[in-house]
Design a protein around this ligand. Structure first.
Ligand SMILES: [Fe+2]
Length: 288
């Protein structure tokens, strides 16, 4: 495998990799180290079955079974389909996953380490791919915070709520997702995490907050919490911290969720078909 950085802050291509083959311990460690340093890796020209995607993903931690049943593969519940395609009146996958800035599974007690996506059908218009996945580096965002804000965030915790993003999609994006049921809500109670995490691979400080799920800085008054969260949400999305991945078919996109936030750009129409397989990997390699 060989790495080609795409950008100074985050993003790299990996060439000469075959993710369908058994993964050596050495290659696994190399990928983990690259994820720490570059946060977003694209493996080009991959030929993978859903099972092979799952097997590759499972080298990096426990795989999440998503709360949404719409997209679960009946045989492989750890593999999800993200798609706007419809067959015989039935959606083939979750059509509007991740269409705003967030971090996967920050609402979970065990947060996510990585997200691994395999692009099977990617829409193009006028020679450009649609549906970019955008990232922002939370290591760079933390480093760029004024030192008094860094001080304020020490020893603070932030509450993350799964339902906030779900409801925002319904309210602001016209999503056809139904409201979460009582059972789903009970399965996903809000959780608190430190506002500043030490990244388990790089040992560097990162800002662990995101506009999708972060609802409250617990040790501050409601007013101070709202003001500081609004500041952080604006700060963390500055262009200088960002990288946009342009999809190609047969690319595997793998990113570090601990050190980034991301956004699925919804710039394609219903007839511009997109079909992606996804595994979400929990951070149980690093955290208890
Ligand atoms: Fe996401």
């Amino acid at each position: 495998m060989q790495l080609i950085p795409e950008n100074e802050i985050l993003g790299a291509k990996v060439i000469h990799a075959d993710l369908s083959a058994p993964l050596s311990l050495q290659d696994r460690q190399q990928i983990i180290n690259w994820l720490g340093e570059y946060s977003v890796l694209a493996f080009e020209q991959q030929e993978l079955t859903p099972r092979q995607l799952r097997d590759f993903s499972s080298h990096f931690g426990e795989l999440e079974v998503n709360v949404s049943k719409i997209a679960q593969d009946p045989e492989l519940p750890e593999v999800m389909t993200l798609s706007n395609m419809v067959e015989n009146g039935q959606p083939l996958g979750l059509a509007d996953a991740g269409q705003d800035w967030h971090t996967d599974m920050s609402y979970s007690k065990m947060i996510a380490f990585s997200n691994i996506l395999y692009g099977i059908k990617i829409p193009f218009r006028n020679g450009r791919s649609l549906g970019n996945t955008e990232f922002s580096s939370m290591r760079a965002a933390y480093d760029g915070l004024p030192s008094d804000i860094q001080q304020t965030l020490e020893n603070k915790t932030i509450t993350h709520d799964f339902n906030q993003f779900w409801e925002k999609m319904r309210r602001e994006k016209g999503s056809s997702r139904p409201p979460l049921t009582k059972e789903q809500l009970q399965a996903k109670p809000p959780v608190a995490h430190p506002a500043v995490l030490i990244h388990p691979i790089t040992q560097k400080k990162i800002l662990y907050a995101n506009p999708g799920y972060s609802v409250r800085i617990n040790e501050l008054s409601e007013k101070d919490s709202s003001e500081l969260l609004a500041f952080l949400f604006e700060h963390q999305l500055q262009q200088k911290y960002r990288y946009a991945f342009e999809w190609r078919e047969k690319n595997v996109l793998m990113w570090d969720n601990i050190g980034t936030i991301h956004n699925a750009v919804a710039d394609y129409l219903p007839e511009e078909h997109r079909y992606i397989k996804r595994c979400q990997v929990a951070a149980n390699l690093f955290f208890q």
